[in-house]
Design a protein around this ligand. Structure first.
Ligand SMILES: Cc1ncc(C[n+]2csc(CCOP(=O)(O)OP(=O)(O)O)c2C)c(N)n1
Ligand SMILES: [Mg+2]
Length: 263
């Protein structure tokens, strides 16, 4: 998202629940992250379809987890994309887990990629820990969509080595030894070794890049923290263009409550 131009301080603000981080500035071609698992795949299809109806040539790519493929939205999005040959690339990051639900409990399908068959869409499985393979596969799917040949479902097979969030404790539901095998396939380490073998990477360069990255993140955190704090009324502002009566009523009640608190 950052590479597409979503400012880092807004990404951080969004993560802290600040409304300002909820969407990027207008020219950035990225939608805000969907907290509702899977809901965004439909938006991606709608956007690419709308672009075609407007006579433009924009396509869309949507990223989601293995768990999201159990949502009805996934099937509706795939179905529409297949029937109308919409230029959307579906990229499933199959990391083996949806919080505490293993991939085997998610679907009886042998693979996620094979689900594409049911919608008349090509499905590809790729090593999700191989940067070059993922890039190549994505590029092929993007080119296909740009040529007007329709959607592709990509299953990038990877693994969630850590907890789902800081509130999650994977020792409660999986063997502690499970991540060890995957740690050896760390995609960053693989790229680093690949580059180092070709003398395109070194410890000095690593320290330099890490220092630069740390600086830019710290800078972005400061800028995010300097944003004016949202007020509770903000919750209502971003919901509807014209608020329905019950929300207008709740907002008015909140204002009375806040005024009473201030007295
Ligand atoms: C509709 C909906 N149901 C449940 C949740 C709670 N929830 C948040 S993340 C998550 C698991 C998602 O798993 P997956 O799609 O595999 O994505 P991953 O986190 O592994 O990248 C769940 C159940 C939610 N945010 N939205
Ligand atoms: Mg997952």
């Amino acid at each position: 998202m950052w590479m597409q131009g979503y400012p880092m301080e807004l990404l951080i603000a969004g993560r802290t629940g600040h409304e300002a981080g909820g969407s990027p500035p207008v020219p950035v071609p990225v939608l805000p992250p969907s907290i509702t698992v899977g809901a965004h795949m439909l938006h991606a299809v709608g956007l690419a379809w709308a672009s075609r109806l407007l006579g433009e040539d924009r396509i869309s790519i949507t990223y989601f987890g293995d768990g999201a493929t159990s949502e009805g939205d996934f099937h509706e999005a795939m179905n529409f994309a297949g029937v109308f040959s919409v230029g959307t690339v579906f990229l499933c990051q199959n990391n083996g887990w949806a919080i505490s639900m293993p991939r085997s409990g998610q679907t009886a399908s042998e693979s996620i990629a094979q689900k594409a068959v049911a919608y008349g869409v090509p499905g590809v499985q790729v090593d999700g820990n191989d940067l070059f393979a993922v890039y190549e596969t994505t590029l092929e799917a993007v080119d296909r969509a740009r040529r007007g040949e329709g959607p592709t479902l990509i299953e990038a097979v990877t693994y969630r080595v850590g907890p789902h969030t800081t509130a999650d404790d994977p020792t409660r539901y999986r063997e502690q030894s499970e991540p060890a095998d995957w740690l050896r396939r760390d995609p960053l380490e693989r790229v680093r070794l690949f580059l180092a073998e070709r003398e395109a990477w070194s410890d000095d360069l690593q320290s330099e890049v890490e220092a630069q990255a740390t600086n830019s993140v710290e800078d972005a955190v400061q800028r995010a923290e300097a944003l004016p704090a949202p007020t509770p009324a903000h919750l209502f502002d971003a919901m509807f263009h014209t608020p329905p009566p019950h929300l207008a009523e709740q907002r008015a009640a909140l204002e009375i409550f806040r005024a009473a608190q201030a007295d």
